[in-house]
Each structure stands twice: as structure tokens, then as C-alpha cells.
Write a protein that binds this ligand. Structure first.
Ligand SMILES: Nc1ncnc2c1ncn2[C@@H]1O[C@H](COP(=O)(O)OP(=O)(O)OP(=O)(O)O)[C@@H](O)[C@H]1O
Length: 225
């Protein structure tokens, strides 16, 4: 992947959510850490164009998130902080297939694609379950399936282990480790990103540190001490 922020920043009215910044992300695994309200989600949403820069520009593989919004959206999958909010249809199988139906895929083709993605994450047993009845970990995996079935090149996960117990956290962590797709992971769980290629630390709407994980995590601890 090639994600570029060129003097890109975001403000909501008077409030600066993200100070303009310039950087290029090409690594396979990028971690994003920082205190609450420091601008992490805003940064991530700017990558897939959910939040448009109020200054500068953001491009993904050369496509501008403003001018080529639809193409960027199909390239960058996003799993939100609360995957419950991402559920559209009640039954897991239908929900996972929803994105493909929207792309005009036929019924049989969708069924196969959904079966393949469920098998990939070893959750075929969830296919006929009601999404709202799943446990936190199962829901995270179902959300992952629903996004990955559309074959994005980059996957953004916003606090994927938030609210999960140790077992489900380990499950989601292992699953992220096994992904072939490029990932950008926002996390308060520092262990989740400690073996990533690059970690960005946000502080008060500013990119404060951009370094390999060990250095970034050490400097983050110093920053909040
Ligand atoms: N749609 C919006 N309208 C107004 N202000 C917003 C909006 N989205 C974000 N902000 C503000 O921008 C700042 C950064 O928010 P952001 O969600 O990016 O932080 P975060 O680091 O992801 O926080 P958390 O760890 O709590 O999820 C916050 O002060 C927030 O209130």
C-alpha cells in the first residue's frame, strides 16, 4: 500500500482534530497509539475518506480520497470501534454477503465467497447465527469477515481488542497476525502493535512520534508519565 498525507489535517468547526501532517505509509503493519481524543480515529478515517481533509490531501495508491472517494472506499476496509454498529442484516451469513450483493454479485457466487471467508477464520459455525447474539470476539471475527470478503487491499481496525476478554483478545490478535492484507491498527493495547513495522503516536491532535514499535511505545509512556 501507499498512503500519503500531504499537509493533510482535519478540523471540525473551531476544533482541530488533526494538525496538518505529511507522511507516507508503505509498511505492511502500522500501529496507531495515543491518549483518548488525540486524533487517532480521525487520522484513520482520513485514510479511507470517511473524514475528508479540511487542509491538504490524502491519497491511497495514488487515488485522492476526495476525488476518487468510491475507489478509495473499495480499497480500504474499515472495522469500527463497535462492530455492532456495522451490522446491517440480522443473520451473520446475510450480513457478510451484503457488501457483495451491493456490488452486483449473484447469489451462488456470494454464498461461495461467504463460505470461503468464514472458513478462512474458522468461524463457519457462525454462519446461521444472529449477529446481535454473538460474543464480543465472535462479533469482531464476523466484522472482519464482512470487510475482508470484499477484498480490500488495506484494512483499518479501530481498537479491535477493546472490551474483549483475554481469550477473545488472543484470538483476534492471532487472526490479525495471520492476515495477508496490509493493516493499520488503532489500539490502546500496546502489546497488539509491539511487533508491527511502524508505530505512530498521536498527542493532542498532533503526530508526536513516528518510529519502530519499541521506540514509539517507550516515548509514548514518557509522554503520558
Ligand atoms: N465529528 C466530529 N465533530 C466534532 N469533533 C470531533 C469529531 N470527530 C472527532 N472530533 C474531535 O476531534 C478530536 C480527536 O478525536 P478522535 O476520535 O480522532 O480521537 P481518538 O484519538 O481516536 O480518541 P479515542 O481513543 O477516545 O477513540 C477529539 O477532540 C474529538 O472530540
Amino acid at each position: 500500500m501507499d498512503i500519503r498525507f500531504e499537509g493533510a489535517g482535519a478540523r471540525f468547526g473551531e476544533r482541530i482534530a488533526l494538525e496538518p501532517l505529511t507522511l507516507t505509509l508503505t509498511e505492511r503493519r502500522i500501529g496507531i497509539i495515543g491518549l483518548n481524543g488525540s486524533g487517532k480515529t480521525t487520522f484513520a478515517r482520513m485514510i479511507n475518506g470517511l473524514t475528508k481533509p479540511t487542509e491538504g490531501r490524502v491519497t491511497v495508491n495514488g487515488l485522492d480520497t476526495r476525488d476518487d472517494a468510491a475507489s478509495v472506499l473499495s480499497m480500504v476496509g474499515f472495522i469500527f470501534q463497535n462492530p455492532q454498529n456495522q451490522i446491517i442484516l440480522p443473520i451473520v451469513r446475510d450480513d457478510i454477503g451484503f457488501g457483495l450483493k451491493n456490488r452486483g454479485m449473484g447469489k451462488a457466487e456470494i454464498r461461495t465467497a461467504v463460505d470461503v471467508v468464514l472458513a478462512r477464520f474458522q468461524v463457519s459455525h457462525l454462519a446461521e447465527r444472529r449477529a446481535h447474539e454473538l460474543s464480543g470476539g465472535e462479533l469482531q471475527l464476523a466484522a472482519l469477515c464482512a470487510v475482508l470478503v470484499t477484498r480490500p487491499q488495506v484494512l483499518i481496525l479501530d481498537e479491535p481488542t477493546n472490551q474483549l476478554d483475554l481469550k477473545n483478545r488472543a484470538l483476534v490478535e492471532r487472526t490479525i497476525e495471520g492476515l495477508n492484507e496490509d493493516v493499520v491498527v488503532i489500539s490502546h493495547d500496546l502489546e497488539l502493535v509491539d511487533d508491527f513495522d511502524r508505530v505512530l503516536v498521536f498527542d493532542k491532535g498532533r503526530l508526536a512520534v513516528d518510529a519502530p514499535p519499541e521506540e514509539a511505545i517507550t516515548r509514548y509512556r514518557e509522554l503520558v508519565a
